[in-house]
Structure formats: structure tokens, C-alpha cells
Design a protein around this ligand. Sequence first.
Ligand SMILES: *Cc1c(COP(=O)(O)O)cnc(C)c1O
Length: 212
Amino acid sequence: MSVIADNLRLLKSQVPETVTLVAVSKTKPVSDILEAYEAGQKVFGENKAQELAAKHESLPKDIQWHMIGHLQRNKVKYIAPFVALIHSVENESLLEEIDKQALKNQRVIDCLLQIHIAREETKFGMDARQAESLLKSPPPNINIRGLMGIATYTDDTEIINSEFAALKALFDKLKPYGRMEILSMGMSGDYKLAIAHGSNMIRVGSAIFGSR
Ligand SMILES: *Cc1c(COP(=O)(O)O)cnc(C)c1O
């Protein structure tokens, strides 16, 4: 009996098939990821470039690796050869570096623009105007596939609801530009609210792998 497989099964029973589940495996050992993989999970998210690269190296090659955390420009090179989706593009200079590394690796890299929706100043992300301007003239080796946001860490569901609603409204407004299909919002504590607000990609860590 695997707790991780049980958690995954429970989660999947609560999430519509149209919603992609990114299993957030940051800080967790390769053995935990393999347990989830053997239970059928193929999409994993990490928040540190070097940890992501090391895990990619030692795990099955049909895993799709998503970068979900704050990414420094000088770390892009570690993940550029293989990363499936970067959720955390928070400014133009990072997007330019990803473009440069994509060209070097002769590929086009799928990215999401991270929008600052939370009340906390500490959270990363761009505002609506920056996102619109990047979408109007994206770099050549980048596919901007959608938006990502992290809600305020709070028990107050009204605050979370209003932040998710704002991100969904921005997503709908920007959808006509390019191939905007992905709305990445929702974590262990708030994925149900996020899905109710139109999320089609959730990033869930502790509800699968236990607390960190
Ligand atoms: C850690 C993390 C998650 C997952 O958080 P849980 O509360 O463990 O589900 C989701 N998104 C981002 C950006 C994270 O850093």
C-alpha cells in the first residue's frame, strides 16, 4: 500500500479530467516521485532549477518536468534542454534569457506568464499591462501558453476567490493573443476554489507527498 498512490487516486477523483495535475515534488526524494510515477503520474513540478535538472537526469525520460518557482536568469541553462513548461516567467528579461537558451537548444519553450495576484508583496509576478505587452510581441523561440498565479496564503476564502476571479478575467481578456490555453492556479489548500474559477492546471504538492 502506497500512501502517495492513495493520495493521487483521491485527488484525481475530485478533479475533472480537463484539469492537468502537476505533482509538485520539490524537496521530495526520487523514490517518492517514482511511487507517483508508477501510479500513473507523468507531470511533475519543481521550484529549483538544479534540483529539477538532477531529478530529470535520474528519473524516467517520459516525465514532463514543469518549472514552477522563482527562476534566476543564470539558472535557465540547466533546464532549457528538456523543460516542458515554465510557469514562473515574471519579467521580460527572464523571458529573453529563456528565448536565448531555447535557440541554443534548437527548441521552442512553452511558458506561462506569472501574474502577481496576491496581497503579499513577497510573491513574484508581473501586472496585467506587462503581460499584455509581452503577449503582443513574444520572443521567437517562446510559446506563451497561458497565465499562472499564486493566491494569498490565507484562510479567508473571499480573498482567495477575488484573486482567482481577477486572474480568470485577465486570462479571458488576453486569450485572443497567441496560443493562450493554460490557466495554472490552485495548490493543495485552494485547488477546489481555483477549479471553480476556471483553472485548468493545478500544482499540488503536500496533498500528494505529505508536508515538507
Ligand atoms: C510549493 C508550490 C506549490 C505546491 O504547494 P502545496 O501547498 O504543497 O500544494 C504550488 N505552486 C508553487 C509555485 C509552489 O512553489
